[in-house]
Write a protein that binds this ligand. Structure first.
Ligand code: KIV
Length: 257
């Protein structure tokens, strides 16, 4: 049975953790989906496979191109696509246009956008009114890297209060879930207890309703990982060995046999 937004909310109520990972291509999406991942995010962390330093250069067309490939690989998971930098911040009209293209052209069920400041909350409310499901994202928001850096957010009482209020406001605006990135675990716990919608943590401790990782970090494919990522296998090493073995066999005329 395909995962639905209502199902995610039910899982929160039942205390069943939500498993989420990123995918940017058909093969990865197919593998994650078959492995039972609940929510597949076409994140703008895709910057790492496109060779960008930050998520800022990613365009909507790049997201659409990759999201269409992911869609072809996903049968069960709920699919969410990031709206890239400056494709939704300018105006509500721009946000509806960009999010509408994502839903219409890729077949994804929802979009994710960053920030919980008042104008973004208004944007989320309007998208939801237009029938576009929205996932929020607060704490460390990588599209604001030049303002925030990549440090943990919500360490001071003032910052912590702001992030808490942003999460509450996004939920009230109709977001169906919220990513909490790189914030203290006790703040994530407070937000998770307060909201009726699921929180999906990344570097936010164990108390969130679900966890997300960037798949290339989990697989050890990224050149460097954030401190909170867990590397479950080292595909860079495995790929390097396989390529070395192939090269040797070609040079020694052992392949093809
Ligand atoms: O872009 C992304 O992959 C994300 C996750 C880290 C949540 O936003």
């Amino acid at each position: 049975m395909p995962v639905t937004i209502q199902q995610l909310i039910q899982w929160k109520q039942q205390g069943r953790s939500i498993v989420s990972l990123t995918a940017w291509d058909y093969i990865t999406a197919q593998l994650l989906d078959a492995a039972g991942v609940d929510l597949i995010l076409v994140g703008d962390s895709m910057a790492v496979v496109l060779g960008y330093e930050t998520t800022l250069p990613i365009t909507l067309d790049e997201m659409l191109y990759h999201a269409k490939a992911v869609r072809r690989g996903v049968k069960r998971a709920l699919m969410v696509v990031d709206l890239p930098f400056l494709t939704y911040q300018e105006s509500i009209k721009q946000a509806i246009h960009s999010a509408g293209r994502v839903l219409k052209e890729t077949g994804a069920q929802a979009v994710k956008l960053e920030g919980g400041y008042p104008a973004m909350v208004a944007t989320v409310a309007r998208l939801v009114q237009a029938g576009i499901p929205v996932m929020g994202h607060v704490g460390l928001t990588p599209q604001s890297v030049h303002q925030l850096g990549l440090r943990q957010q919500g360490k001071s009482e003032k910052e912590s209060d702001r992030i808490f209020q942003e999460a509450v406001a996004l939920a009230e605006a109709g977001a169906f879930a919220i990513v909490l990135e790189h914030i203290p675990a006790d703040l994530a716990l407070q937000i998770t207890q307060k909201l009726n919608i699921p929180t999906i943590g990344i570097g936010a401790g164990v108390h969130c309703d679900g966890q997300v990782l960037v798949t290339s970090d989990l697989l050890g494919l990224s050149e460097k990982q954030p401190p909170f990522a867990k590397v479950y296998t080292n595909l860079r090493q495995i790929i390097n060995s396989a390529v070395q073995e192939f090269s040797t066999e070609v040079r020694e005329k052992k392949f093809p046999q």
